[in-house]
Design a protein around this ligand. Sequence first.
Ligand SMILES: [Zn+2]
Length: 404
Amino acid sequence: MSNTMYGLPEKIVFCKRCIMSNQRPSSIPEFLHKPDREGAQYLHLDEEGVCDACRYAEIKERIDWETREQELLELLDQYRSKDGSYDCLVPGSGGKDSAYAAHLLKYKYGMHPLTVTWPPILYTDYGYRNWKNWVEIGGFDNVVFKPNGRMHRLLTKLSIQNLLHPFQTFVLGQKNLAPKMAANFGLKLVFYGENEAEYGNPIADNTTAMRDRSYWVMKNLNELYLAGMPVPELMDKHDVTLGDLKAYLPAPAEVIEKADIDVRYLGYYIKWTPQEAFYYAEEHTGFQARPFRTEGTYSKYNSIDDKIDDLHYYTTHIKFGIGRTTYDASQEIRNHHVTREEGLALAKQFDGERPKRYLNEVLDYIELSEEKFDELCDRFRSPHLWKRENGEWKLRHASWEQDA
Ligand SMILES: [Zn+2]
């Protein structure tokens, strides 16, 4: 009998280059996310003990970016409008990456992007200001789609209860809204910034500019899951209608087929590093880092728009033993901004730190006491990752201990 939950690999191995472990889940279509993570894949490490994300970072250093930019120019020439009407769509909620993407497309490449926002579940003041600055200082038309607040709370609550996944409602909108809005506005081209598959999916997922339709197109409603429940069961048990759920569901395949929409990554065509995106957004769209460190990590400018985000990474630490510092430092090690030794020291210091700043507000939102929340968390700790010592949970294998 396996000792692990969610089909996690039983033996915990850390990449020799970054500090990520083989417990990192690859991204899957969010609407197929089940409580047991059936079919989940985890980060692959090769015979030399190097992970796919680090291998892809190597490949990235050898890419001929001039040729890639040329490909982008040719693509944009086919879509650019002559009369100034919108010719592409850029989704974003006020983060540095969407600010960077939209600004490049409009002011460097002469496109006419419409920006679209699926707002964070609980906006931080900094996130809200960055969104406003993006539109006002950056200079873009923007459509905000604010989903039904009652449904949003219910689904966020259920995804925490059933999946310990505080961020699911945001992720669903972040992936599904843009293609649907593109269909509404008659736009065929959607641009995201970087490809999140770079950080842990099989390398083959990164060799294309396009996001696979399986991530944002719906074939059969009855096969989809929301908050870890089959959609028909969710409707039945919680007395919600299909109409209530539509905002969270992907576009039907036939609509996308007919509208001929492609979802692409700008990060395929131009060399994308989060730090560069930050500097660019700061200069051109009034983006501001938070003056304080984000709890659970050392950084000040990554994903700072949603109060629930800090809790999200707290839960990845519980489910996979991987906290926010490990994500941030691994990425920065690959970009040569910190060394592996520094990364390990940072992880030791901050990984899994309890996010206290917004915790009460988030728990009020999902109507859960702190005690119940902790009980819930404990049900999601896989025994191969965690042990109880002197009344405290402790990782059996921490990256900084393995390598000491
Ligand atoms: Zn690695």
